[in-house]
Design a binder for this molecule. Structure first.
Ligand code: ATP
Ligand code: PRP
Ligand code: MG
Length: 282
């Protein structure tokens, strides 16, 4: 039975459960459930605090986990990223009152409030900055107004929380984060059950980012058309009943679908359709 750690709360928990559900795994029905067994898929899910997941996985008691890249790095646990999942994207940044600092080099002697002490202490040390770090559990944006710190280091997605607190980012992001799958360093990821789990999640990622495109074009325009829609392996070409025409089928990135349809139309392709992909194994 594969043992998997899943976030039980916060920004990661909803999208993680949704992705696992799309990958065909049973998920808990109520938020109080701490573990469930999916016997059909031979998987057991443990619902844990996102911050604790890297620690459980590094102990070897759980085979894999879903967490945030920032949480993994902050924990310092002996675990590593094996698959990025594309949700809960954010940056991790310093911020302060406008006009106070332009970069990390201006932080000497200041107090930095954060929930991510591991990341911040290392970043300050790597940059040769002597600053003290105060740990807060959340809502760190308020620490400046209340005089606990002059600077904060926190997760920034839209920047709304910073704006609302009248703060501005300092310098470049310390790191970029998103949800990831982790395993213990040195664990056997070739194990068939682990491989099957990763293939299922990769299938969901592909289904989310690609659409299937079908169209008809004149045989003499086929090479041009295939250059526009090369597909992942190569497009499928089928004969049409109409002399001199072929049907083409290829996967294309969803974000480019409208531009690709315009380009195909411009070279004479017609009956251009896109359909959603619900699941796939590459
Ligand atoms: N607004 C956000 N947008 C995207 N990702 C976020 C956001 N806030 C937190 N995260 C990510 O969520 C993970 C932290 O999860 P955690 O549950 O500890 O905090 P949270 O999502 O802020 O929840 P809460 O503070 O309500 O408990 C990190 O990987 C972090 O990058
Ligand atoms: O840039 P934004 O889109 O505003 O998102 C970033 C905010 O979201 C998270 O806070 P959350 O609401 O989870 O509260 P917390 O500070 O208590 O963790 C994070 O800690 C930031 O405060
Ligand atoms: Mg939070």
């Amino acid at each position: 039975m594969l043992r998997i750690a899943v976030p039980n709360k916060g920004s990661l928990s909803g999208p993680a459960a949704e992705m696992l559900h799309e990958a065909g795994y049973q998920q808990r029905r109520e938020t109080k459930e701490l573990r469930i067994v999916d016997p059909e898929n031979e998987v057991e899910f443990f619902y844990l605090r996102p911050r604790d997941i890297a620690i459980y996985v590094s102990s070897g008691r759980l085979d894999i986990g879903i967490t945030g890249r920032d949480l993994l790095i902050d924990s310092g646990a002996n675990a590593e990223e094996i698959l990025p999942l594309g949700f809960a994207r954010s940056t991790f940044r310093y911020a302060t009152r406008p006009g106070t600092a332009n970069g990390v080099e201006d932080l000497n002697g200041s107090t930095v409030a954060t929930s991510y002490e591991g990341i911040v202490a290392k970043h300050l040390a790597d940059n040769g900055i002597d600053a003290s770090v105060v740990h807060l559990d959340g809502a760190v944006e308020t620490a400046i107004e209340l005089g606990v710190a002059e600077v904060i280091a926190d997760v920034v997605e839209t920047g709304t929380s910073l704006r609302n607190a009248g703060l501005e980012v300092i310098g470049e992001p310390i790191m970029k984060s998103e949800a990831i799958v982790i395993r213990r360093v040195g664990a056997d990821t070739e194990e068939p059950k682990v491989q099957q789990f990763l293939r299922r999640l990769q299938g969901v990622l592909v289904a989310r980012t690609y659409v299937m495109m079908d169209y008809d074009c004149r045989a003499e325009h086929l090479e041009q058309a295939v250059a526009i829609t090369p597909g992942l392996e190569g497009p499928t070409i089928s004969p049409l009943h109409n002399e001199g025409w072929v049907a083409v089928r290829a996967m294309v990135p969803s974000k480019d679908a409208q531009r690709i349809m315009d380009d195909l139309y411009a070279i004479g392709a017609r009956a251009i359709l896109t359909t959603a992909i619900h699941a796939c194994r590459l």
